[in-house]
Design a binder for this molecule. Sequence first.
Ligand code: GLN
Length: 400
Amino acid sequence: MARAETQQKNFLSGKVEHFTESVIREMTRQAMLHGAINLAQGFPDFPAPAEIKRAGQDAIAADINQYAITWGAKNLRQAIGRKMKEFQGIAVDPEREVTVCCGSTEAMISTLLAVCNAGDEVVIFEPFYENYGPDAILSGAKPRFVKLHPPVLPDDEWTFDERELRAAFHSHTKAVILNTPNNPTGKVFTRAELELIRDLCLEFNVLAITDEIYEHIVYDGTEHISIATLDGMRERTVTINGLSKSYSVTGWRVGWTVAPEPITNAIRKVHDFLTVGAPAPLQEAGTTALDLPSSYYLKLAEGYRTRRDHLLPALAKAGFKCFRPRGAYYVMTDISAFGFSDDVAFAQHLVKNIGVAAVPGSSFYNDARDGAKQLRFAFCKRDQTLEEAIRRLQTLGSQS
Ligand code: GLN
């Protein structure tokens, strides 16, 4: 057979050259490889509430095994509407404003694909949950990063500079991505901060896309505020949430968007052709989950507060400087004291020699150097898992 004289075609999209695979998920694979305790990826290692599991089993037994309506089972969309009303005071039309997706991960990428054109810019607070960067690139948008500055004293908050934020907004800005309570910093945006963001959204005619997956996991009397509840924002906000973190079912892949009808219509189109729909029986179980009483969420947050207050002093004792989270279930730490060349080398040492997996800080930054002295631990784990991780971490000093 004659050899093709022409040069081999590059089969790959240029887009994928601009990001790597998820480091968070890579660290889970490494934890499995090395038999390390996984404090890297944020998923609970304890059971989901029994009534939710039963509801999923019942739904399969009742033969809810075929496609749900592409934008979500009616029951679940209605439950989402009820819950938004009860917890945020936001009236939602489940027929026109809700789209159920395969996790909030799909909700975010479907939203960005639905709203972004080439040349649009998306403002992202940094450090950021690592999906947002690739999400922006895949949707053809250009990310513009605005720094969250770490607290100087461990008990202070991560803050942003108003001028830096303003400088990121201009005529090409399409959207700002918010994540409160925040992964990886544990920051819970205050009303004053959200008002500032709101003012810029109104001034520059920008959409807010807010990932509120940790809404119920807040500590120290901190209040979670949805930016959609601020004057002028309901019509320019896409609120993203899901079952994963509130009900400890990250593998079920059920998330959703709540957005005004025209934006929802666009999201639904993208979602339909990306995935058709989220798992039908698990959507039914989601209805049971969303109708749990508010005492459930208080217990959830209290459980994570206890874990936080257990892990942080132990990390400090082992040599980490911890930034105390006010929400979500991660703690960002400063690893300067260990004298490693960078966060990746240190994370490798931890997973291979100490037996604990964590996420290198650089995976939350656009420029790896900005995270080179940081490491994130997830504490959504059973007491005995944290206990064993703590025991292993105390050997750090003697092995490094
Ligand atoms: N949100 C989780 C984390 O940051 C992981 C989510 C995921 O891997 N899809 O660890």
